[in-house]
Design a protein around this ligand. Structure first.
Ligand SMILES: [Fe+2]
Ligand SMILES: [Fe+2]
Length: 302
């Protein structure tokens, strides 16, 4: 069911812990139904202006690139992980397939609105180049997790104002699935670190800080090209990025990643306020498990 615009919360579920067997079983069930879900392409999408259509093409191009790199990263990692944990490798393959399916949906949608896959801007290109160069599994997974987080945040916020039914269908599918992928990526990071306890946490923490700052910059850059479509102000988007990226690890002391204080302070937040936000603990378990079952997911306020 597609939610009413005013009822969509910008908060996304924060990680919860489950064993690999749970993730694998859940991913297998999701895979059985995945290709049965189709976009309703029976009607043309009507835009208020050409500017809005072009901004929509840009918006979903950014999403397309994220799906593409998510799929490639997951399948690459699956090959590395297979030797020591075949079940985890299978989870990575199924997860990558979900991103591949998203990419196919976006391909169809972009063609339907007279767009297509276009060249990326310099900021996004340099971002993906850095990501593609990441060699260590845990670095790739951490970066990917942060991408998933901002993806889920942007889609969820967009649902507040985007009116076209088909665009809302795509956004609803992406919001629902990326919200499930966030805790799944946390599981991948935990398992990889368990297998490689010698790997430097300091290095990972530095990556967390670097990616956090880059994504905040990216949120500012995206306003120029996508705002005519999603109607999200820079302040709204940037503070939602900071809040959701900050909340990601606030209740995960074993991973010990702390969001940058100066960015939190600039948007009136603190580590304490993120930790104590209303209902956060209730969200963590409920959201991951609810998002796991596609058939009864409802993208409602968390
Ligand atoms: Fe995706
Ligand atoms: Fe995802």
């Amino acid at each position: 069911m597609i939610p009413a615009e005013s009822s969509v919360s910008s908060l996304i579920g924060i990680p919860t812990q489950r064993p690999t067997a749970w993730w694998l079983e859940t991913l297998r069930k999701r895979a059985e139904r995945m290709y049965g879900e189709r976009l309703d392409l029976s009607k043309p999408v009507e835009f208020d202006s050409e500017e809005e259509r072009l901004a929509c093409v840009k918006f979903f191009n950014a999403a397309y690139r994220a799906e593409e790199s998510g799929k490639a990263g997951a399948h690459r990692l699956a090959e590395e992980v297979r030797a020591w944990d075949p079940d985890l490798a299978e989870c990575l393959v199924l997860y990558g397939n979900e991103e591949g399916w998203h990419r196919e949906l976006l391909d169809e949608f972009l063609a339907h609105i007279g767009g297509g896959v276009t060249e990326m801007g310099w900021m996004v290109t340099s971002f993906y180049k850095t990501y593609a160069k990441a060699e260590r599994m845990e670095s790739i997974m951490l970066t990917n997790l942060m991408f998933e987080t901002i993806g889920a945040t942007t889609y969820r916020l967009s649902l507040r104002r985007v009116k076209q039914p088909l665009a809302r269908q795509v956004l609803t599918i992406l919001t629902r699935d990326e919200s499930f992928h966030v805790p799944l990526n946390v599981h991948f990071i935990r398992e990889i670190l368990k297998h490689h306890p010698e790997r430097s946490r300091a290095r990972l923490k530095a990556i967390y800080q670097m990616v956090f700052h880059s994504l905040v910059l990216l949120s500012l850059g995206s306003r120029k090209v996508a705002r005519d479509f999603d109607r999200i102000s820079w302040k709204e988007l940037t503070s939602a990025y900071i809040e959701n990226l900050g909340r990601l690890f606030v209740n995960e002391p074993d991973l010990d990643f702390a969001p940058p204080r100066h960015l939190l302070a600039a948007f009136g937040m603190s580590r304490g306020s993120l930790r104590n936000a209303d209902g956060v603990d209730a969200i963590s378990v409920a959201a991951a498990e609810a998002a796991a079952r596609r058939e009864d997911v409802n993208v409602t306020p968390l």
